[in-house]
Design a protein around this ligand. Structure first.
Ligand SMILES: NC(=O)c1ccc[n+]([C@@H]2O[C@H](COP(=O)([O-])OP(=O)(O)OC[C@H]3O[C@@H](n4cnc5c(N)ncnc54)[C@H](OP(=O)(O)O)[C@@H]3O)[C@@H](O)[C@H]2O)c1
Length: 345
């Protein structure tokens, strides 16, 4: 039986402009009660189950509902493509207990088999925000288009214990690559080696990443998957072999509020190596590739259910915990994908 929809809705709002994601603290948010949204023709109402906290720009205006990737259940529908009970995911779910979706067909995907796989304890719904969600799709699609992954090759992944990084190392391991990654603590290094089974892990805060890669792979890397940017991209240019590939998907070390662009300018020191070594460099923005979600899920849901992929998550309970959790997302406290559980299925 569909749950009763309460007359009031809990909502997380941003109340101040953000001068860079590294500066966000709890005082940037407020939690308010609003009336239950009215659903009009073409719209649906989604009961939030999980929302993902991504280090992405909070680019909605102050006091506008914040949006991001979430997973929810359709509880009211005036749209022919959506039925009550569908499990949906997409970038337009607001940080509300009940999220009104005005153009659901443009921004939400019905996740096939999600309810059954969750009820059978084969794939938790939170996984659609991490390894089976936007972070996973970022790594998966980057590899599909630009990875040219071949068993026996060597890949380096920066920020390997993070939301995108942990998926990149797992897909690369599944393809039979030798995987090296970096992270910001010994605890994360142990997790990468023992839990995710990567071949070598480097603590970038206490070790010299470039020297370590050169020691471990004197012939040079086949592929460098970069989440961090700046000095990390300099190291990529230095440590990839001739004809090597670099995939760049983030600049987590230096994030602005307006699109993830670097907050302070950075001058790359060795761009000549692109032509000297005839490197291939590709960027990818997942936001241009959401159409591949169905194909991505077809492959990865069964891999997950078979135990070939795993989700490392930090799950905090309740919208009330969004402000304190978001404020810590970039400081390295968390390992893996950070999600807020809003309600039970
Ligand atoms: N191109 C795309 O489509 C796309 C898609 C998703 C994400 N992204 C971008 O990718 C980046 C990571 O996203 P995510 O979801 O994987 O995030 P995440 O796991 O939540 O990233 C947070 C982690 O980044 C690391 N970090 C923070 N500051 C750092 C610094 N100065 N140097 C190196 N590492 C630092 C920390 O781990 P340590 O403790 O290891 O330092 C922290 O735990 C972000 O910039 C995001 O915007 C891009």
């Amino acid at each position: 039986m569909a749950p009763t929809i309460p007359a009031t809705n809990t909502r997380v709002l941003r109340v101040k402009n953000v001068a860079g994601l590294h500066a966000v603290n709890e005082s940037y948010f407020s939690i308010e009660q609003t009336p239950k949204p009215e659903v009009h023709d073409g719209e649906i109402l989604v009961r939030s189950l999980y929302i993902g906290l991504d280090p992405c720009p909070l680019d909605q205006a102050v006091k506008e509902p914040l949006r991001g990737f979430g997973v929810g259940e359709v509880v009211e529908t005036k749209h022919t493509q959506f039925q009550v009970g569908d499990i949906v995911s997409g970038p337009s779910l607001t940080w509300d207990a009940y999220s009104l979706q005005k153009e659901p067909a443009k921004t939400l995907f019905i996740v096939p088999n999600a309810r059954q796989l969750a009820e059978q304890n084969k794939v938790p719904l939170s996984a659609y925000l991490g390894i089976l969600g936007m972070p996973g799709l970022t790594a998966w699609q980057s590899f599909q288009l630009y990875g040219d992954l071949k068993a026996g090759q060597t890949i380096f992944v920066s920020s390997a214990a993070g939301g995108v990084g942990q998926t990149a190392v797992q897909y690369a391991k599944l393809k039979g690559l030798k995987v090296i990654g970096s992270a910001g603590s010994d605890d994360k290094v142990e997790y990468l080696k023992k839990t995710l089974g990567i071949d070598h892990a480097i603590n970038y805060k206490t070790q010299d990443v470039k020297a370590e890669i050169q020691r471990l792979v004197p012939e040079g890397l086949d592929l460098y998957f970069d989440v961090v940017g700046q000095e990390s991209l300099d190291i990529a240019l230095e440590t990839t072999k001739r004809f090597g590939r670099i995939i760049t998907i983030g600049t987590v070390s230096n994030m602005n509020h307006d699109g993830g662009s670097p907050q302070t300018p950075y001058v790359h020191k060795n761009l000549h190596l692109i032509y000297v070594k005839e490197l291939r460099i590709h960027g990818l923005s997942a936001f241009n590739h959401f159409g591949v979600f169905p194909a991505f899920w077809t492959e990865t849901q069964s891999q997950f259910a078979a135990g070939l992929l795993q989700a490392t998550e930090v799950v905090e309970d309740g919208l009330v915990n969004v402000p304190k959790t978001f404020a810590k997302i970039l400081d390295g406290s968390y390992r893996g994908k950070v999600v807020i559980k809003v309600a039970d299925l």
